[in-house]
Structures are given as structure tokens and as C-alpha cells.
Design a protein around this ligand. Structure first.
Ligand code: BGC
Length: 974
């Protein structure tokens, strides 16, 4: 059977399936504690089944427990794996944790927890924005014809590995709404063949190039559409990068909300220009991997990121605002708790900030298993649960599905809320034009996330026997996207040091430079090198290792580093290693190449084997990734900021041995974030440092372009490189050991992360945020500040809604609509919307969360998609001329930093904040005028008392423009 037929068969079947018994109570609980105890959690904890594992293998997971053991052993510094030791250790730890938990609980009674999460109910309905009005009108017609079961289908995933994509909901067949296919992730189509492995988000951030941000998103979406995907699970703007060692920072665009916001929004626009729904994630404050979700780290609860209101607005929620303004279809809420309430059940975050204040019109989807209650999350503003299972991986016991049907029938979830959830999802589908069957044929994806074989089953997550069908059609969707991948990789490479060495040529050095060099060495050593230019390439990171896909989910550091690991990674179609590109491109008639592709540094120990080398290119790296897997001592988050696999040692040794200490050294680093370079950066013969971030499949080609000067480096750091981890402040440290049953992480540094911290405490970074060199030089001239509007403290009043949300009958549907249709074959563990019996369902007065009846005032910062439109009006324009006054063509990255006026109220402001950037290509001698538009939001701070964005009306704003956060040569005021 062809996959499409089988898919249709399955869909039809599922729409008429009947009766599934549920072991959950009448009413899913408001929060996870109230209906399940820890034993339930342990029993239900199933492995996140491995991809390409035998189908339907769902033995209980021991992964969390293993990690717990290894964590314990690391902690105690023991090596023994004796079981008694483990049990005793666990017992002691349990006692300690309980004691700490009691302590934390008591403390919490004494002092209110840092940051508040007040109730915000009910969920604002979608459909208030003019930009979505048509889609809502269409959606309303469709939703009004859906049965209860169909509505529930649309909101609930069918379970882990129940479809070919990583997430699938179920269709509403009779009204023509298809099953949606959701797939990771931010850097390509995960688990798919014949796709492009683009550079990671952090590399995109380092380009500071809006066009490339957009182009990468667009190419990504073309591939998604051609693979049969409706919803891409990216881009990622959270984590923001509070902690430089945070495991998933690389999926996002850099440690500044403005940069993240622009890059996120451009990516969203690029993706959605192809009709694919983008998902901005993870909302919000999922800043570290340790303890990000229950049981993954042995604890029953996820960490709580405790944030004050102003910091939430000005840092962590900021980029999500840009994505909403850009029209993003979906927002993924994160695993962690925020102010001690799970992000996917946090009414203040979802109802208050996202849906009221930011006016989000699309749908909120849970991260995979980030939902911890049924009714509670529905009321708090969640619209879609993924992958659909309940509290454990692949348990098939959804908190929604049949339980949502039940909750609507008994009145504990108002039908209005369910209607809003479904309408938001259907409206997003119309908004992106996915009703156009030519563009989005109603077919299953043409690849399977769960097998590489041509044939497989449609729902490998179910132990029920199924027919084998074609699941992988091996459709090549790469087109010429390698060009974009390569451009991003090249423009995202940051030249951090260059003492008259780069670029070199394919012949090595020009005759003149070579002669001068050899003369100098001869003068110093008495020896003269003859013949070909002698180049050495060093380090495992230069080579292919065991191939780019050697470890599942890229969860290890071997060979050259092209991406981090986890759901944000893809199967590389190929990875051009640096050595492969350099081997090909160096002119062998002029250059003699030696390769040392490991990190053992076993050369040169007295044997002088490197004595002849004139240039040494040494590669090193640092890897990290998502917390569901670990490599060496990197449990998602890095344990420190050092290069891995003894990279520092390798560089130091190469520098001392290369040409007996006289050779020139170029260091190339591939990394997930900042690394410390102190061990070798000031070594005199370390002449150049290229920070190539995570370049994706075109790694070697992009690097060669830069080394040989075909492309003039124009990347700039999207984070600060400090001299020590301590330099980043207390807030910059990952919490590696739990400080309670619910680990508490207070974001006490507030606004002061990354460069804001360095600036406030006047700490000299090694390389500052925004820094990057070029082979040419640029200068500024002629700054002009042109006011566009008058300064006023508050934005214009919140506008009345431009459109009315659809309204539907609020009569509770007939119980019949939720009864399992008798005639179909059920798949075990598959999540259906149906119940076996509805006899015990009674409409009642079920308790609602505290504050449910007191709707807070609507936010003055809201009123339209993206919030109050006045926040997006330009209030001032800054023009400045940029001139290339160097020898070659190149691209400059002018950056505008704003300094707030001093206020009488003594509001605390960072020394400077990024509020504009551009990328301009200039020939030698060329001049261009760059224009920065500053919006009201750019010029405001979040006033926690006024609960609004406030502009400072007394005293001048200062706008400094420069090439990094510390190289600001020209300024103007307003
Ligand atoms: C990640 C998400 C991802 C999802 C689906 C989760 O573990 O946090 O970013 O989209 O899995 O793979």
C-alpha cells in the first residue's frame, strides 16, 4: 500500500474509532501534585524511546535513574558502581533533598518567592487582530461544524511515535481539517534524509545579517513543505543565554534580547513566507538543561526559574514579542517552571503576557511532555498538547484526549475554552494558507522519523501489530540550499585576532611574504626553510572523525563539530570537514600539507617533527546539547567554559612546537558558545583566531573561503567571551546540584547578563559582545538624529480590538459525541479523543484555580498582535555614514547601543543596550548611510508599577554607534 493510502486509512479509522477506557479520574487535576504521587511518576516514567529502536519498545525507562547514579558518583567522587552504594547514596540524597525541600518550603512561607506568578484568567480569545480576521472568520465556520471528538483531536497529539513526524495531532476529517505534522527543529528537518544541515542559530546570530536570517528560514521551510511538514518546531529564542555554559544556547541567536528578537522574527518571516507554520520556543526561561523537566534528573519536579517582572519583559519575553509581531503561528511553552508554576500551566505567562499583552493570535503548544495537568493547563492558556501522552513518555495516558472530552462534558473545562483552542489552531492553518491543497497536499510526510528503512509502520509507538507500508520515499529537497548554508557559515565566522597573517593564499604566502618570513626566521635561528610552504593541520576537530552522524542525535563530541546535540540537531547529509576542504584547495605545487588529526599532541616531544612547519592551523571545540543525553562530563549544560578533548593543551603544544616555536599559528574554534582562550591567546606566534561557531554541513568550505580571503570575515560575537566563568557573575552559573525538591534558580542579577553585566561591573572581557575583525577597516561619520514623534511617557491608549473573536454555542455537547465508535480497530497507546463510557460523567461545580473569577484588567501594553501598536511606532531615526577606508571590499556591522537618560526616580538602567544593527557591504573607499529606526518599545523600560512600557521624557537619550559593544566611536542624542 502506498503511504498516502495507508495514511488515509489510518485517519479514517481514527475518526471512527470507539471506546477507550481511561484510568484517570473524572476531572484531570489543576496541577500534577494533586492527582499523582511520586510513585505514579516513577511507574509512568518510560524511556523517550530511541529513534530507530525496534518498533514499539516501551520498557520502563531507567535513563533518569542512571543519570541520577552517575550524578551522585560524580558528586561524591567515587568510581565504584556497587549497587548497595547506589541505594545508600540515593537514600542519603533523598533524605538530604527532603530536608532541603522542607527548608526551602519553610523559607518560602517566611519570604515570598523571588518573582510572582499571579493568576490570570480566563484565556483571552483569539481573533482580535485585523491581520488575522479573515482566517478567524474561515476558522469559525469550520469549527462550528466540528464534533466534540474532532475538536479534541485537533488539540491533542496522538502520542509519541504514533505518526511519522515527531508530533502529530489528529484530524477533523468530516469538516476537512487534516492531521498536522510537526517536526524539529531550528537547524534543519530532524530525522530526515536528503535535507540540508544548516548552521545553528548561534552562527546565524553571529552573521548579524537580516537577509541571511530570513533566507535560511525560507530554505528550511521549503524543505519542510516538500517533506510533508506543516509546523516547524523552531526558531528558538529561549534560552537567551543567561548562562554561557547553558546546553541549548546554540539553538538560539545570542545573549541579547534585541539580537534574538530580530533574528527570531526574520526566521519566522522566512519560514512562514513558504506557508509553513513556525513555532517560537521555548516560552520561557528554560535557561539550563539540568532539572529542566521532572524525572529526567531524578527529581519529581522541574526547576523553577524565578524572574522579576521587569527582567521578564526586558530580557526573556522580549524576543517572543518580536516573533508575535512577525505573525508567528505557534509558541511552544517550556519544560521548566517560572516562579514556581509550570510554564505550560502558568496563566500569568500564557493568558496574561502572551495572549493579552502580546496579543498572540496563534496557538500555544506544549514542549514534549511539558504538560503536567489537564484542566489546569487548558484554563491557563495551553492550546495543543504534545506529543499527546500523559506524565510519562509513550504512556498513552493523555492528560487531554479522552480526558479533555470528559472535562468538557462535565463542565470543568468550559466549552468556550476548547472552542478557542481549536479556533486558534485552525485559524493559524488558514492564516498560513495551508488549506491550499496544491501547496499542502493532505498526505503523510514522505519520511519517517523512526526508521531509515523504506518500509515501516505508521505508528511504531503502538505495540499493536500493523501493516508494513512505504514510510521513506527518500525525496531530495536540498535544491541549492547548500549555498545559503555556506553563506551563513562563512558570515557567521568571527575573526577575533589577526596579526598580519590572514588571509593566506592557496599558494600559502605570496612570494614576497614568504621571502620576508624566511629571512626573518633565518635571522632569528640561523636556519632557512626552502621549497614548498609547509603547513600543518592539527586536531580532531579538523577531520571527519567517525562521520558526522556517528552518535545518535549528535550526542557526542568527535570529529569536526558542526552542530550541538539534541532535538535541534539533524542527520547530516554530508559534512565537509575543514581538512577535506583545505586538502582540496591548497595548491599542492606550492604547499606541503601535514595532518595531525587527533588531540593527543604526541608530536614534537623532543623529536622536532614540527620543526619545519611554517604555518600551523589548529582546531579545537566545545560541544553541548539537550539534557536528554550526555557526553563525557557534559550533561546537556557544559561543566565549564573550557575547550573539550584537551583542546587547550593541543593549542599550547602546537604553538610551542610549530616551526620550533617560529611557525605562525591560526586557531580555529567550533563551539556552542563562549570558550576561555586565556591559556594561549597572548602567545606571540598565535597570530590569528577564527571563531567559527557551529557551521553545519558546509563547514570546511566556509572556513576555506575565509582563510583564503574569498570572503572577508564579517561575523561578530553574539555573546561576550570573558576571561573566566566568574566574570559573568553569579547569575552566569548553571545550577548543577539541586537545592531543593523543586530546584530554585533566582534570576537575581535581573537585567545584568552577558555584556550588561560586564559593563555594569566594569569587567574587561577578553572579546566583547559584538566584536569581530575584518580584512579591511571601516569608520563612521556624520551621525544625524531625526525625531519622528514627540517623547511621551506612556504609549497611546490600548486600542479597542479590531475584530471580534468568533462566538459559538456554549451548550455542552451530547455525550454521544465522545463515545468510541464501535467498528474500528484500536491501536494500543494511541491517543484518541473517545471514552468507552460516559455514564459516570456529571456536570458539576468543579473547583477553579484561585483568582479564576477575578479577571485582571487588560494590559495597556496590549491590544493587537505584538501588543499595543504604538510600541512599534518609530519615535526616532538615527542615520550614520559608514565608510570602508581599508584595502579590500567587506561587510561592516554597525551596531547602535542606547543609553537611557538619568531619571529623577533613579530607575536603574544598564550602561547600554543594543537597539539596532545592520550589515553593509562596501567596496574600498565606498560610503553608505545606515538608518536605524527606534521604536517606542526600543526606547522604553518596563515599569512594574504602571505595568506598562515607559519612555523617559526628561534628559537626553544617547545613541552610540560602533563595531562592538565597546568600540563606540560616534554618538548622538535625543
Ligand atoms: C525539545 C523541543 C523539541 C521537542 C520535540 C523537546 O525535548 O525541548 O525543543 O521541539 O522535544 O522533539
Amino acid at each position: 500500500m502506498a503511504p498516502d493510502e495507508s495514511a488515509q486509512g489510518l485517519l479514517k479509522e481514527s475518526s471512527t474509532r470507539r471506546s477507550r477506557s481511561s484510568d484517570r479520574g473524572d476531572n484531570a487535576a489543576f496541577d500534577s501534585d494533586s492527582d499523582l504521587d511520586a510513585t505514579d511518576y516513577i511507574d509512568r516514567e518510560a524511556a523517550r524511546p530511541t529513534r530507530r529502536s525496534p518498533t514499539a519498545s516501551f520498557e520502563p525507562n531507567t535513563k533518569g535513574k542512571k543519570r541520577w547514579c552517575s550524578c551522585l558518583f560524580t558528586t561524591l567522587g567515587r568510581r565504584s558502581k556497587c549497587c548497595i552504594g547506589v541505594l545508600a547514596g540515593m537514600g542519603i540524597l533523598w533524605v538530604l533533598l527532603t530536608a532541603t525541600g522542607v527548608f526551602v518550603y519553610r523559607k518560602a512561607q517566611e519570604e515570598p518567592p523571588y518573582g510572582q506568578s499571579p493568576p490570570w484568567y480566563p484565556t483571552p480569545k483569539g481573533g482580535i487582530a485585523a491581520s488575522w480576521a479573515d482566517s478567524y472568520a474561515k476558522a469559525s465556520k469550520m469549527v462550528s461544524k466540528m464534533t466534540l471528538a474532532e475538536k479534541v483531536n485537533v488539540t491533542t497529539g496522538t502520542g509519541w511515535e504514533m505518526g511519522l513526524a515527531v508530533g502529530t495531532n489528529a484530524p477533523a476529517i468530516h469538516v476537512g481539517f487534516p492531521q498536522l505534522q510537526l517536526q524539529d527543529g531550528p537547524l534543519g528537518i530532524r530525522f530526515a534524509d536528503n535535507i540540508t544541515a544548516f548552521p545553528a542559530g548561534i552562527t546565524v546570530g553571529a552573521t548579524w545579517n537580516r537577509q541571511l536570517m530570513y533566507a535560511r528560514g525560507k530554505a528550511h521551510a521549503i524543505e519542510a513543505r516538500q517533506k510533508g511538514i506543516n509546523v516547524l518546531l523552531g526558531p528558538c529564542v529561549g534560552p537567551l543565554g543567561r548562562m554561557p555554559a547553558g546546553g541549548r544556547n546554540w539553538e538560539g541567536f545570542g545573549a541579547d534580547p534585541y539580537l534574538q528578537g530580530i533574528a527570531g522574527a526574520e526566521t519566522v518571516k522566512g519560514i512562514q513566507s513558504e506557508g509553513v507554520m513556525a513555532t517560537i520556543k521555548h516560552f520561557v526561561a528554560n535557561e539550563q538543561e539540568h532539572f529542566r523537566q521532572p524525572w529526567e534528573w531524578g527529581l519529581p519536579h522541574a526547576i523553577s526559574s524565578n524572574i522579576d517582572d521587569r527582567t521578564l519583559h526586558e530580557l526573556y519575553a522580549w524576543p517572543f514579542g518580536d516573533a508575535v509581531k512577525a505573525g508567528v503561528a505557534s509558541v511552544m511553552c517550556s519544560y521548566n517552571q517560572v516562579n514556581n508554576s509550570y510554564a505550560c500551566g502558568n496563566s500569568k505567562l500564557l493568558n496574561g503576557i502572551l495572549k493579552d499583552e502580546l496579543g498572540f493570535q496563534g496557538f500555544v503548544m506544549s514542549d514534549w511532555l511539558a504538560q503536567h495537568s489537564g484542566v489546569g493547563t487548558a484554563l491557563a492558556g495551553l492550546d495543543m498538547t504534545m506529543p499527546g501522552d500523559g506524565l510519562g513518555w509513550a504512556d498513552g495516558k493523555s492528560l487531554w484526549g479522552p480526558e479533555l472530552s470528559r472535562a468538557v462534558l462535565n463542565g470543568s473545562v468550559p466549552l468556550e475554552r476548547l472552542n478557542d483552542m481549536v479556533t486558534r489552531i485552525v485559524a493559524a492553518w488558514y492564516q498560513l494558507g495551508q488549506d491550499d491543497e496544491k501547496k499542502f497536499p493532505r498526505k503523510q510526510p514522505n519520511f519517517s522519523s523512526w526508521t531509515d528503512e523504506e518500509k515501516g509502520v505508521m505508528s511504531p509507538g503502538s505495540p499493536t501489530e500493523q501493516e508494513q507500508v512505504v514510510v521513506n520515499q527518500f525525496v531530495n529537497v536540498q535544491a541549492n540550499h547548500s549555498v545559503i548554508a555556506r553563506e551563513v557559515a562563512a558570515e557567521g565566522t568571527v575573526l577575533l585576532k589577526n596579526e598580519d597573517l590572514l588571509p593566506i593564499s592557496r599558494q600559502g604566502l605570496s612570494d614576497e611574504r614568504l621571502r620576508a618570513r624566511r629571512d626573518a626566521v633565518e635571522r632569528a635561528t640561523g636556519k632557512r626553510s626552502e621549497g614548498k610552504f609547509k603547513v600543518g593541520i592539527f586536531g580532531e576537530d579538523a577531520g571527519p572523525g567517525n562521520g558526522p552522524n556517528a552518535c545518535k542525535d549528535r550526542g557526542c563530541n568527535q570529529g569536526t563539530l558542526g552542530s550541538g546535540w539534541g532535538s535541534g540537531a539533524v542527520e547530516f547529509p554530508y559534512l565537509v570537514s575543514p581538512v577535506e576542504a583545505l586538502r582540496k584547495q591548497f595548491d599542492k605545487s606550492k604547499v606541503e600539507l601535514s595532518e595531525f588529526l587527533d588531540n593527543k599532541a604526541s608530536f614534537g616531544k623532543g623529536d622536532g617533527s614540527l620543526n619545519d612547519l611554517e604555518l600551523c592551523i589548529v582546531f579545537a571545540n566545545a560541544d553541548a546539547g539537550e539534557g536528554f543525553t550526555k557526553w563525557a562530563d557534559v550533561s546537556g549544560d557544559r561543566p565549564d567554559l573550557r575547550l573539550q578533548n584537551s583542546g587547550d593543551n593541543l593549542i599550547v603544544k602546537v604553538a610551542s612546537s610549530c616551526g620550533g616555536g617560529t611557525g605562525d599559528v591560526v586557531v580555529v574554534i567550533h563551539a556552542v558558545g563562549p570558550v576561555l582562550v586565556e591559556d594561549w591567546i597572548d602567545t606571540p606566534n598565535v597570530k590569528a583566531l577564527l571563531f567559527a561557531n557551529l557551521p553545519g554541513q558546509e563547514s570546511g568550505n566556509a572556513l576555506a573561503e575565509i582563510l583564503f580571503g574569498d570572503t572577508n570575515p564579517s561575523g561578530h560575537l553574539p555573546f561576550t567571551i570573558g576571561r573566566t566563568l566568574e566574570d559573568y557573575g553569579a547569575g552566569g552559573k548553571v545550577l548543577y546540584l539541586p537545592n531543593g525538591v523543586v530546584p530554585q534558580q533566582d534570576f537575581k542579577e535581573g537585567l545584568y547578563i552577558d555584556y550588561r553585566h560586564f559593563d555594569k561591573y566594569n569587567i574587561e572581557p577578553r572579546f566583547e559582545f559584538g566584536f569581530g575583525l575584518s580584512y579591511t577597516t571601516f569608520k563612521f561619520d556624520n551621525i544625524v538624529v531625526i525625531p519622528q514623534r514627540r517623547k511621551t511617557q506612556y504609549p497611546l491608549r490600548r486600542p479597542n480590538p479590531a475584530a471580534e473573536p468568533p462566538s459559538y454555542s456554549t451548550d455542552i455537547p451530547s455525550k454521544e459525541e465522545a463515545i468510541f465508535p464501535p467498528e474500528i480497530r484500536r491501536l494500543k497507546k494511541y491517543v484518541y479523543p473517545y471514552l468507552d463510557s460516559t455514564d459516570d460523567i456529571e456536570v458539576g461545580q468543579y473547583p477553579y484555580p484561585d483568582g479564576y473569577d477575578q479577571q485582571p484588567p487588560l494590559s495597556e501594553a496590549g491590544g493587537d498582535e505584538g501588543g499595543n501598536p504604538d510600541l512599534w511606532s518609530n519615535y526616532v531615526v538615527v542615520n550614520v555614514d559608514v565608510i570602508n577606508d581599508g584595502p579590500v571590499a567587506g561587510a561592516a556591522v554597525p551596531q547602535l547601543y542606547l543609553q537611557y537618560p538619568e531619571t529623577e526616580s533613579e530607575t536603574d538602567f544598564p550602561v547600554r543596550v543594543l537597539r539596532g544593527f545592520d550589515k553593509v557591504y562596501l567596496k574600498p573607499g565606498e560610503k553608505k548611510t545606515v538608518k536605524f529606526n527606534l521604536t517606542r518599545r526600543d526606547l522604553s523600560y518596563w515599569d512594574v508599577v504602571a505595568q506598562n512600557w515607559v519612555m523617559v521624557t526628561e534628559g537626553p537619550y544617547e545613541f552610540s554607534v560602533g563595531f562592538s559593544s565597546r568600540d563606540l566611536s560616534i554618538s548622538g542624542t535625543w
